[in-house]
Design a protein around this ligand. Structure first.
Ligand SMILES: [Zn+2]
Length: 121
């Protein structure tokens, strides 16, 4: 039996040698929490997943905002070029309304440009 269960580690609380298999330190009676390598692998995996999902979500939000801004700026430019005073302020509202109806930003851009081209005041 000598040599089979002799692996020891150091208690992180009292720095005494304790058996590797011990769950509670025999010296200070505190719990020996030991995270295995696979636990760390899972934690790392979780962190990477969160970062990737967060990055993708950020990219989607940025792309969405850019498409929205581009559609609005284009329609406002058309309306201003035609001398419409009230329409530019209405463009953003109309853009978000169309977005809520489930239209894509390219469809919205065309609709807004058309509306801006027909505006009268
Ligand atoms: Zn201890």
């Amino acid at each position: 039996m000598i040599g089979t269960m002799r692996a020891t580690t150091v208690c992180p609380h009292c720095a005494e040698d304790v058996k590797w298999a011990a769950k509670v330190c025999p010296h200070c009676r505190r719990r020996l929490v030991r995270w295995s390598k696979s636990t760390w692998v899972w934690i790392a995996y979780g962190c990477v997943s969160v970062a990737v999902i967060g990055g993708l979500a950020a990219c989607i939000i940025i792309a969405d905002n850019r498409a929205r801004a581009s559609a609005i700026v284009r329609a406002q430019g058309i309306a201003r070029a035609l001398g419409c005073r009230n329409y530019p302020a209405f463009v953003e509202f109309q853009a978000d309304m169309l977005r809520e109806e489930g239209k894509s930003w390219s469809e919205i851009e065309e609709t807004l440009a058309l509306s801006a081209g027909q505006c009268t005041g």
